[in-house]
Each structure stands twice: as C-alpha cells, then as structure tokens.
Design a binder for this molecule. Structure first.
Ligand SMILES: [Zn+2]
Length: 435
C-alpha cells in the first residue's frame, strides 16, 4: 500500500515537473530544461530511502533537539548555537560556511547550481542571555524555553540534511540548508534579509521550518511594525522639584490615548504595548521613559494609520503633561517614536509550484493543513515576489515564547516526510549518485 502511494507521489512529481517546465503564471516562473530529471523521478528509490530514514532515527532527532535547545541563542547572540549546527551539517556531507550576518549555510550542490532552494530554521530565541535553559523530560515530552520554537525547526533541518545525505540524493537544483539568525523580535529578520540579498537572482523557493505541528502552512506574510516611543525631560527630586514635567506621566497619558485607538476586525489589526521602561528610583522624577509597541495587520494602510496614531498620541501625552505641570522653568519634555523593525507583507500565489509541492506532500503523508497568515522569515521573500512558505516541522508543541514551552514528538516523522517531500518537489532530483 505504502509502495503504491509512493509510486503515486512520484508520478505526481513527474507530472508537476512537466507542467512547471511550461510557461508559468507564478511570480517567479520555473525555468524549462528539466526533462532529463523527469525520466528518472519515477524510478527513484532514494526518495523512499530518505522517507524511511526518519522513523528509526526519532530518538537521535529528539536528542539533538534537546542538545541544540540547551545552547543559549538570545537575540543577537546566536554564534554558539550556530557553531553546533555547523558541525552537524558538515558531518552530513554539506559544504558549510558562515555568512557575515552569522547564518550557517550548508550547501548541497544540485546538478543545476544556478537555481537555489533555500531551507531555513531560525537559530535565535526570544529569551534573554542568562535565562536558565535545561531540558526537562517527562517520558517523551520535553520542556524548555525554545524547545519547540525553534528547537523543532533546527533538529528537523539537520535531520532532513542527514536523511538526504544517507539516501545519497542529489537534487536537480542546489539546496541550501540554513540555520539563520535574527528571526525573533528586534532581530527584524536580518538573517533572512541577508540570505535573500545574497541569493536573490537564483532563489526559486524558500521553505521555512518554524516550530512544531503539521496542521498549518503559512502562505501569507503578516505585515508588522515594532516601534519605540521615547520621552525625555529634565528629571529631578520627587519633593523639591514637584511640578516639573514628568516623562513617565507623559508616556502614560499618551499610552492611554493610544489604547483608545480603534482597530478594525477586518482587515484584522492588532496592537500590543509590550515593554515599558524608565526612571531610576521611586523618589526621583525620571528623565526618561520608553515604551515598545508591536502593531500587526492584514493591511499595510492600517499599519501606517497606527504608526501615525502612536506619534499623535505621544505628542498629545507630552502636551497634556506640559500643560498640567506647574513648573516649566527647568526644561521641557522631548519625544520621538523610532521604528525598531518593519516586516513587509506578501502572499504566495495559489498556483505556485511550491504550494503544489506542499499539497502533494500533504496528500502523500495523509496530512491536512490550512493556509495561514503569520509573521515569519517567509515575509521577506514573499514581499519580494519569491515563492516561500513556513511550516511546522512535526510533533506537537506549545507555550512558545514562554518559560513553560514544551514539545512532544508523536507523529514527528510525518512532519519530516512532509517537509522533505515539499523540498524535493521543488528542487527536483538529479541522476543517482554512486551507480
Ligand atoms: Zn519561530
């Protein structure tokens, strides 16, 4: 039964590849000249070998996930974890190097190295340096900050590289297995931006492995903006200087105004006051106050509207505070709103070969997944018209970005098979090695 199903999948690949070699309506048309590969696909036993590799190696994959998760990778400090991934990818026959951004890039050269498929998993976590990260296991279930986001993606990246290596698969297009930096928060997708910058003209598809699960596929990039409002003033003593304008008071006044900004349910738009800082002691009038705000929307227009709203509210908060202060002789308040990060939106075409490849992989593995809009590394290629999607890499996870984060690997091989079939579907397969 399994064999028959595989034959059907391979047949599908053959048909798809023929279709792709015809002029395409996709944003990035796939080039022709893949006929040689078409003839070989149906006989390819190596695909079967790669698919069968995962199940007997699940505990190795789980152990690597735990080991990589325990290497801290706070924002802007991913180097140690990058080094560990580099060692693994090199052991699986890839040509590995680090780029200037700190991304680990493992190249599996295809028969056609002018076209590239990028497979990525982000290295960084949201957890600051010093966060205690020790994986606690309860039977198969693992608990640790970052164990799923993105321990799952990283372990899957190396597992897929190893499966492909041990199956002696040579892709038609070059596959780059990349552990990238700067996906979370203020990293502002800098790793992916650097990758797209370097390989832009050659990139045919980007597959992002992020977190766990197999129930969704991110095909729409959620646009977002991260901003910081900063208000400064003279500062002083709580008793003797009472009445001078207070930056924290102004920030609070402005924040309350901003909270009253209405956001539409459709297009779905959200905001979050995520971090607030300022002041030096309880009996000092502060000289500085900061507020970090995250806004997200299905519409770029709404993002712009909220950005303007934040500026107007902070200006009004400062004005209110100045007007109510009794003593303006010692100085006034200054304010500014800085953009910390901006993630562009975009959408994968419904007729893209990449989506067709994922759908076929879902069908083969008996998986169903719903398309979703989210903010991931796929935002960057999608915003530039390059085919990209993000998927969970199997198993189950929860509590992302919290200290209670967990991962449970049941059904993990389905996620891995789904991912590898999606990748090979767009890379294609070249002639067998070693025969
Ligand atoms: Zn993630």
């Amino acid at each position: 039964m399994r064999k028959l199903a595989l034959q059907l999948f391979v047949n599908w690949l053959l048909v798809s590849v023929i279709l792709w070699s015809m002029p395409s309506r996709s944003a990035i048309p796939f080039s022709s000249g893949r006929a040689a590969q078409n003839a070989q696909l149906p006989q390819n036993l190596q695909v079967q070998t790669a698919l069968a590799w995962f199940k007997p190696h699940i505990s190795w994959i789980n152990d690597e996930q735990a080991r990589l998760t325990e290497i801290p990778a706070p924002p802007f400090a991913e180097a140690k974890r990058a080094e560990a991934v580099k060692v693994l990818l090199a052991a699986f026959g890839l040509d590995v190097h680090l780029d200037q951004a700190g991304n680990v890039i493992g190249e599996l050269r295809g028969a056609n190295d002018r076209e590239i498929i990028l497979v990525t998993a982000h290295l960084d976590t949201v957890f600051p340096a010093g966060t205690e990260i020790k994986v606690r296991r309860e039977k198969e279930k693992m608990y640790a900050p970052g164990i799923s986001d993105n321990g799952t993606g990283l372990a899957s990246l190396v597992a897929i590289a190893r499966a492909v290596h041990e199956a002696r698969l040579k892709p038609q297009r070059t596959i780059l297995f990349v552990a990238d930096v700067g996906e979370e928060g203020e990293g502002n997708l800098r790793g992916m931006r650097a990758l797209v910058d370097s390989y832009r003209d050659k990139l045919k598809a980007v597959i992002v492995l992020d977190g766990s699960g197999t129930d969704h596929v991110t095909t729409k990039a959620l646009a977002s903006r991260r901003m910081e409002a900063i208000i400064t003033g003279p500062g002083g003593h709580s008793w003797s200087d009472f009445g001078i304008p207070n930056p924290i008071s102004a920030l609070v006044r402005g924040s309350v105004r901003f909270l009253n900004t209405r956001v539409p349910a459709n297009p779905r738009t959200t905001f979050n006051l995520g971090q607030i800082e300022g002041g030096t002691s309880v009996n000092s009038i502060p000289f500085e106050a900061h507020l970090k705000v995250d806004v997200r929307s299905e519409s770029e227009d709404e993002l712009l509207r909220l950005e303007n709203a934040l500026r107007e509210c902070m200006a009004a908060g400062v004005r209110d505070e100045m007007e109510s202060s009794r003593d303006r002789s010692k100085g006034k308040l200054e304010w500014k709103v800085e953009i910390l990060g901006s993630r562009p939106g975009g959408e994968l075409g419904s007729d893209s070969p990449l989506l067709a490849s994922l759908r076929a992989a879902d069908e083969f593995t008996g998986n169903t997944s719903r398309p979703e809009r989210a903010s991931t590394d796929a935002n960057i290629p999608l915003s530039m018209g390059i085919d990209a999607l993000a998927i969970g890499a199997g198993g189950n996870g929860g509590g992302a970005h919290s200290l209670q984060e967990w991962y449970e690997p049941s059904g993990r091989e389905v996620g891995l098979q789904r991912a590898v079939l999606t990748i090979l579907g767009v890379s294609g397969i070249a002639a067998e090695k070693g025969k």
